[in-house]
Design a protein around this ligand. Sequence first.
Ligand code: FE
Length: 291
Amino acid sequence: MTDPTRSIQRRFPGIPTLEGAGVRLKRSFSNPEVPLFDPFLLLDRFGSNNPADYLAGFPWHPHRGIETVTYMLDGRVAHGDTLGNEGVIGPGDVQWMNSGSGIIHQEMPQRTEGMLAGLQLWVNLPGREKMSTPAYRGLSAPEFPSVTLDNGARVLAVAGKYGNVEGPVRGIPVDPTYLDVQVPAGETFEHPTPSGYTAFAHAIAGAGTFGGNDSGVVPSGETVLFSAGDRIAARAGAGGFRFLLVTGRPLHEPVAWYGPIVMNTRAELQTAMQELDRGEFIHHRRPIVEE
Ligand code: FE
């Protein structure tokens, strides 16, 4: 009988990348990795003590055909969008934004003492949902349930379930699980993951191993894609291990990708570009009410 525990299929140390108007971040995976991570498209980790690395931010830009998930670890980011949402998100807060047919938004880091840090994941939408009405979920840290296990491990659920704990982000087409897991030094953690689903982990802090000790230590900042199987197993190193565990149902659809727009065909991309040129990109907008 084969061991159902997933092993590490590939490791992604994160490539220094300049994004937005000049934000230094580390890109774990992106366009070149399609379709390895299907239904996930991109993972960026930003983190710096130096405001020059992030203050330029991500001024107004469009998205279509995807969901963007921002998880703040430290610092604050102000945002605004064409649905009329605006606000500031801070440590532990999550924005789960469905761009659907089109949204134009900005994400501008605020100058703060100490770190600005976080993660942004892009989740693909199935073709039938790509031109749907955009939706924005803004969730603050206290809204996420967590559970502490007997060995001291703590699991916080953004989406999907851990035991009886379920994250508040529900109804996403690819049925994602998005868990923030903290394991004390030397302790272990196991979690069932649906077979046939894509699964990956991103090491947020500390270091540890996955799927047995022969896979090598995964340091902070690294992302690992798991092989097939129906559970993951982790063991924390001497300094403890905090990681993001993400799973989702693959779409197995063609991907046509240009910048912040991800569709199924080149023709759909061309339509999006033409609509941007003509100022017709936004199909759904919160109605402006005259006072
Ligand atoms: Fe964006």
